[in-house]
Design a protein around this ligand. Structure first.
Ligand SMILES: [Mn+2]
Length: 302
């Protein structure tokens, strides 16, 4: 469903792409979903819920949008257009490039657009997504991890709790995969190991968040819900380790597989997570030391 009116992040003015600190890409592609349908409606549903968010970040104790500007891209509706996302930009200009999906098949297209050399993909997902093809489709939402390895990247997988036998074998044998299974993450020792691993990431890193990594009690609106799952605060810990503790260069982020639902809890959760990503990234860039000329300064209150 195409939206006929402008949807902005937190109702802030969308500046020109070259002037933006944060570029939000709307990838309305749900063509390969095998479970429930509706991921193509998620980008706008998430952005609408960002209007409910406070500007102030209660964890980092600052208001990121006092210092930053956002550009919201035109929606993409065709699979072939995803790999030219962000109009060919890469994050050289210290921009956060974040894509809202869409199903998980969009991720390897986005890494084609953003990663010019082998990188590490931090891959949060309930499913291994390591199939070579699924229902005859190599660009399916069940195959992105396979495609990412094929592109030469390393994978750090988090929250995995559903896989085909051949996928389990690949995880055990492939040296380019470091997997933290969801059940193992119940143990404090393994949680610490994961946060340590993330904080030691360096070089180019791309973050892909399949929203089904979360407990479906928190995020019921996903294409293929799976019992178990991580919670919001653990995800925040991972963001903190990645953005504030590591020396990684974040080349791109995506949030995929969300399906808007009537309670709006799922899209509110995603909106809050988006806000946290922007806030942590801003802090990693030291934006709080800049002049206060961000989007929020142009908004009148009360
Ligand atoms: Mn996935």
């Amino acid at each position: 469903m195409k939206n006929e009116y402008n949807i902005e992040y937190q109702e802030l003015p969308s500046v020109k792409i070259r002037d933006a600190d944060v570029v939000i890409n709307r990838v309305c592609w749900g063509g390969s979903v095998s479970g429930k349908v509706g991921t193509e409606d998620a980008p706008d549903a998430i952005l609408i819920e960002t209007e409910q968010m406070e500007y102030y970040d209660e964890d980092l104790e600052y208001s990121p949008m006092k210092y930053m500007q956002v550009h919201v891209c035109e929606s993409i509706y065709e699979f072939e257009k995803i790999k030219t996302s962000f109009s060919g930009r890469s994050s050289e200009k210290n921009q956060l490039l974040i894509s809202l999906g869409g199903d998980h098949s969009i991720t390897p297209q986005l890494t084609l657009a953003l990663l010019k050399k082998p990188a590490t993909i931090l891959f949060l997902d309930a499913h291994a997504d390591l199939r070579r093809s699924y229902l005859g489709d190599t660009n399916s939402h069940a195959t992105p991890a396979f495609q990412l390895l094929k592109q030469g990247h390393k994978l750090v997988m988090v929250g995995i709790r559903s896989m085909f036998e051949t996928e389990a074998l690949r995880i055990k044998e492939d040296k380019n995969i470091h997997c933290f299974m969801d059940r193992a993450l119940r143990r404090e020792k393994v949680r610490k190991e994961l946060l340590q691993t993330v904080s030691e990431l360096e070089g180019d890193v791309y973050l892909s968040i399949d929203m089904d990594v979360f407990d479906p009690a928190c995020v019921p609106g996903v294409g293929t819900p799976q019992a178990g799952g991580i919670d919001y605060y653990f995800a925040t810990d991972i963001l903190e380790a990645l953005f504030l503790d590591s020396n990684a260069v974040i080349k791109g982020v995506d949030m995929v597989e969300l399906i808007p639902e009537d309670s709006k809890v799922s899209q509110l959760f995603a909106a809050k997570l988006l806000q946290k990503i922007i806030s942590y990234w801003g802090r990693s860039q030291g934006v709080q030391n800049r002049e206060q000329t961000g989007g929020q300064m142009q908004v009148k209150y009360e």
